[in-house]
Every structure is written in C-alpha cells, then in structure tokens.
Design a protein around this ligand. Sequence first.
Ligand SMILES: C[S@@+](CC[C@H](N)C(=O)[O-])C[C@H]1O[C@@H](n2cnc3c(N)ncnc32)[C@H](O)[C@@H]1O
Length: 234
Amino acid sequence: MSYDQIAEFYDLVAARQSLSTGPALADVLRGLPMTDAPVVEVGAGTGRVTRTIAAAIADVDILAVEPSAPMRAVLTSRAWADPDLRARVTVSARSAPDLDLPGRILCAVVFGVAGHLERPERTELWRRLSQRLVPGGCLVVELMGSARAMPPTRTVHETVGRLTYEWWVSAEPVGDGVVRHVNWWRVLEGDRVCREVGDEHLWHVLEPEELAAESGLRARTVGTGADSLVVLEA
Ligand SMILES: C[S@@+](CC[C@H](N)C(=O)[O-])C[C@H]1O[C@@H](n2cnc3c(N)ncnc32)[C@H](O)[C@@H]1O
C-alpha cells in the first residue's frame, strides 16, 4: 500500500491518533531497561510517533524507517526542525521486512503498519526484530482497525487557511480477517470541492494471540479499547 497520494493530509489524522495511543506507548518505553541500544520504528510515517518516542526516553537513538517518499519528507523535515530529534533520529527508506537493522534493539515500535503486511512478511519482520532485542526489550504494535463494515463516514473535518479538509472512510470485510478500506480526502473552499484524492487498500485485522503465534513471543495488551497496544516480549 502506498501512502504517496495521501501523505499531504496525514498529519491531520495523526494529531488525534497521537493523543489516543501516545500515553500508553510512553509508559511502555519508560519501563524499558537503560541501555545504549536504539529504538527501531517501522513505518514511521510523518514522525508523529517518533516525537513521542524521543520525548519518552532521552539519549536513545531512533532508527525511523519509512518507504513512502512524501511521508518520509515530512518525517525528515520534522527531525531537522528539532535539535533533539536531529541528533537522535536516523531516517531509512527501506520496507519491512527487508530492513537494515542494528545489531541490538531496545524496542521496535510498529504503529499502524502490521495490517498492511501479509503473514509471511510479518513473521519475517518479528523474527528479524526479536532476535536483536536486548534482555528486557520488546516490540510494541498498534493494531489499528476493526473487522466491521463501515458505510462511507466523514471522520475528519478540519480547516487550514480558507480551505476545509474532510477525510471519508468506508470499510468492507472481504474474508479471512481482511478488510478493504476506501479512503478519500476532499478539499473544499466553502461548499465548492477543489480537489478529491482517494486510495483503496486491504488491511489484515489482527489479534494479540496471532501476533504471539507469529512471533513466538508473549503478547500483553496495554491501554483500552481502540487505543490499546500489544507488547510482545520474551
Ligand atoms: C497508517 S501509517 C502509520 C504511520 C505512523 N506509524 C503513525 O502511526 O503515525 C502506515 C505507514 O506504514 C508505512 N508502510 C507501509 N508498508 C510498509 C512496509 N512494508 N515497511 C515499512 N513501512 C511501511 C506507510 O508508508 C505509512 O507511512
């Protein structure tokens, strides 16, 4: 799935998501052992979670991996704009599971990405990450998404300058725990639609038990409801 078309709008959604899952992620990170091993963030998008990671644990380097060039442009710009991030965040253009990983990893953060991957890709990703974890390290996975059908629904309505941005989403289960999402953004000036940008992708709806089976790690859920995260640890 490519985020190239919708990258320009991503931060309008990301702000809200950061508020919901950010505190749970920060709690997990603050409980990790002290070490100089880096955090790896897979599918870092525009860097909203990168900022949360950096704020939660000082002095740890972050490898932020993001294959979409427009998403990565925002990520790099965000890292460049902040002296702390600039010193600590290394941006990579690779795609999971084919990542160029450091020898030791304190934690891997995988937010909003696992459902884009097929099972063999996920299994390979968990294997490559987990074999590098330092003692007490973990993988933190945000599963995002439900298996339920959803009619076209407006989920974002924000104003920037004289324009209004709307994000519409629909979801249709297509079997085997896979949901087809159709997204489109509308940019309006008053009632006039200036631009419409859409994309469609399949999303694998995953449960913590599946992640445990795929990774051979223990799965623990933190947070509640739609804002919960899965922590995978030895
Ligand atoms: C829903 S966004 C999440 C971005 C960010 N993690 C966040 O939570 O704000 C999914 C991101 O995963 C990236 N992605 C998709 N497939 C990927 C892959 N195979 N390897 C790494 N990143 C991937 C996309 O380019 C996109 O930036």
